[in-house]
Ligand binder design. Structure first.
Ligand SMILES: NC(=O)c1ccc[n+]([C@@H]2O[C@H](COP(=O)([O-])OP(=O)(O)OC[C@H]3O[C@@H](n4cnc5c(N)ncnc54)[C@H](OP(=O)(O)O)[C@@H]3O)[C@@H](O)[C@H]2O)c1
Length: 267
């Protein structure tokens, strides 16, 4: 039997990064579709504020967690399953965006980005996949980004983490299908959330978190590997990334203004 998308009768949905932006909108959307959702993030009060907004027929419970602590991830996953039942759908969405300027990079921005986006997601997968494999059932969604498709200026940390996540999701999709565990990746373009506050770039075709949540919830019922939106933006990006790198790089440099003389301090 092949892996299939989770149904709300299979168990609960766990969303990391569920206190803000895309994760919050998705939690509220799935709860309004009747799912029992459990949300995690580091700040309990923010999680509780989201849970308080549910208007049925589903519900939201909270499980505070720092996903960079792999032992805590294992504990929280075990606790969710003992209190609420099996995690049928896991949306690994917790992530941060820290712009890095190559004139004065701060290694800690790379380290923090990889710790949350990459290691945090790997910790969640490590806690979830053995349980789902044992049950021969489950659905894991990894939230990557359209920046995974190719390099972008100031995104050398973020883009690298998201490219790694897309690759991780592909590997898991290949491996876990024979255990009836279903894997998808989400590659959004710009979504209007607090994470975008530090992004000084133009943000073409930016959509609301609620629209992103609608696209994701619809995508979770399909068998597609990659859920991407807004499509006119992400498909245009895919076409750009399909060019040979020696064409793509100067084109992006020009489009983003990185072909202009720099204003970095000369030492
Ligand atoms: N917004 C966009 O344009 C866009 C585009 C493509 C992809 N994405 C991806 O979509 C996901 C959600 O982004 P967003 O824009 O909705 O961001 P957001 O509004 O800043 O939300 C990020 C969420 O992650 C949580 N989080 C951060 N560090 C964490 C940690 N160590 N452990 C547990 N939770 C943690 C935050 O809560 P606490 O800080 O309280 O822990 C918050 O709930 C991210 O993976 C992001 O990379 C966003």
């Amino acid at each position: 039997m092949k892996a299939r998308p989770a149904r709300k009768t299979d168990g609960v949905c766990w969303i990391t990064g569920g206190s803000s932006g895309i994760g919050k909108a998705l939690a509220l959307r799935l709860a309004s579709n009747g799912w029992h959702v459990v949300i995690s993030a580091r700040t309990r009060e923010d999680l509780q504020a989201v849970a308080g907004q549910v208007d049925g027929p589903g519900r939201i419970d909270v499980a505070p967690l720092d996903t960079t602590d792999a032992d805590a991830v294992e504990r929280v996953v075990a606790q969710i399953e003992s209190e609420h039942g099996p995690i049928a759908l896991a949306v690994l969405n917790a992530g941060i965006y820290l712009p890095v300027r190559s004139e004065s990079p701060d290694f800690s921005d790379y380290a923090k980005t990889f710790a949350v986006n990459l290691n945090g997601t790997a910790a969640c997968v490590s806690a979830l996949s053995p349980r789902m494999v044992r049950r021969r059932s489950g659905h894991i969604v990894i939230v990557s980004s359209a920046t995974a498709f190719g390099g972008m200026p100031t995104a050398s940390a973020y883009g690298a983490s998201k490219a790694a996540l897309l690759n991780m999701a592909e590997a898991l999709r290949i491996e876990l299908d024979r255990y009836q565990v279903f894997v998808q990746a989400v590659t959004p373009g710009f979504v209007e959330t607090p994470a975008q506050d530090d992004n000084a770039f133009p943000k073409p075709f930016m959509i609301s978190p609620e629209k992103a949540a609608r696209r994701m919830a619809a995508g979770f019922t399909s068998r597609r590997f990659q859920i991407t939106f807004p499509r006119r933006f992400t498909w245009a990006l895919k076409a750009l990334y399909a060019l040979p790198a020696d064409w793509y790089i100067p084109l992006v440099r020009k489009q983003t203004g990185w072909d202009k003389p720099d204003d970095a301090p000369k030492s």
